[in-house]
Design a protein around this ligand. Structure first.
Ligand SMILES: Nc1ncnc2c1ncn2[C@@H]1O[C@H](COP(=O)(O)OP(=O)(O)O)[C@@H](O)[C@H]1O
Ligand SMILES: [Mg+2]
Length: 225
C-alpha cells in the first residue's frame, strides 16, 4: 500500500516547552487512523505540526512522498492535505456558501471533486441553509461546515481534530460513517483525533494511542504502536 503520510522522529515546541518527542507514524492510502490520547497528550500539537501551523524543530513529515515540514500551512493545504481545526474557525459573518467558497481549490488528479451538491448529500443540514450566516448555526452545523469547507479543497488526505467535540450523538454517528465510505471509495487517507472514545469506532480503523508522561519539568509524548 502507498504511504500517504509519514511522520518521523518529530519534535515540537511551544516556545521553550518541548511537547512532542520523537513522534512517528505512517498513514497509508485508503486507511483511517484514529489518534487517541488523554487531554494534553499532544494530539492537536501533532496535527498542527503536520499541517504546518507549528513548525517542527526536528524530524520530518512526508506527504505523498514529498517533504512538507517547514512549509507554510497554505502551501501544505494546496498540496492536498486538508486540516479541520478543533476550534472550527468558520467565518461567522459569511454564509454557508461563502464559507465553502473560501475552501475551494482546483480539482486534483485522482481525487473526487467536491461542490455544494455533493456536500449537501453528505451533510443534508447544510443543503437546507445555503444562505445562513455561520454565526447563526448550531455547534453541530458549524462542525459540519468546517469539515465541508476542508473537503471543498479536494484533499487527498484529511486531518480532523476532535470532530465529535460538542456535537450531538446523531452527528457523531454520521461523522464516523462517512470517512469509512470515503476512505474505501476514493483511496483517501484520514486521520482522526479523539480525546475520548465517545463513540464506537468501526472495527477496521487503525488506532494510534498517544501516551504521555512528564520527564522532569518536560512533557514527553511517544507513540506506542
Ligand atoms: N499554544 C500553546 N502554548 C503552550 N503550550 C501549549 C499550547 N497548546 C497546547 N499546549 C500544551 O501542549 C500540550 C499538548 O497539548 P495538545 O496538543 O493540545 O493536547 P491534546 O490535543 O492531546 O489534548 C499540553 O500540555 C498543552 O498544555
Ligand atoms: Mg486537542
Amino acid at each position: 500500500m502507498t504511504v500517504m503520510l509519514e511522520v518521523r522522529a518529530l519534535h515540537a515546541y511551544y516556545g521553550q516547552a518541548h511537547i512532542l518527542f520523537e513522534v512517528g507514524l505512517e498513514v497509508h492510502a485508503g486507511e483511517v487512523v484514529v489518534l487517541l490520547g488523554r487531554n494534553g497528550a499532544g494530539k492537536s500539537t501533532t496535527l498542527k505540526s503536520i499541517a504546518g501551523l507549528l513548525r517542527p524543530r526536528q524530524g520530518l513529515v512526508r506527504f505523498q512522498g514529498e517533504r512538507i515540514d517547514g512549509l507554510e500551512p497554505f502551501v501544505i493545504a494546496r498540496k492536498g492535505l486538508g486540516y479541520v481545526p478543533e476550534d472550527r474557525r468558520i467565518f461567522t459573518e459569511l454564509t454557508v456558501l461563502e464559507n465553502l467558497e473560501v475552501g475551494r481549490q482546483a480539482p486534483r488528479a485522482g481525487v473526487p471533486v467536491w461542490n455544494f451538491a455533493r456536500i449537501g448529500k453528505l451533510f443534508p443540514n447544510l443543503a437546507e441553509m445555503p444562505h445562513r450566516p455561520g454565526g447563526r448555526m448550531s455547534g453541530g452545523e458549524q462542525q459540519m461546515l468546517t469539515i465541508a469547507r476542508t473537503l471543498m479543497g479536494n484533499p487527498s488526505c484529511i486531518l480532523l481534530d476532535e470532530p465529535s467535540e460538542g456535537v450531538a450523538p446523531v452527528i457523531v454517528a454520521s461523522s464516523t460513517r462517512w470517512p469509512r465510505r470515503s476512505a474505501s471509495s476514493s483511496a483517501r487517507a484520514l486521520r482522526y483525533c479523539f480525546r475520548n472514545r465517545t463513540c464506537t469506532l468501526p472495527r477496521r480503523w487503525a488506532i494510534a494511542p498517544l501516551s504521555s508522561k512528564r520527564v522532569g519539568s518536560r512533557f514527553r509524548a511517544a507513540w506506542r504502536p
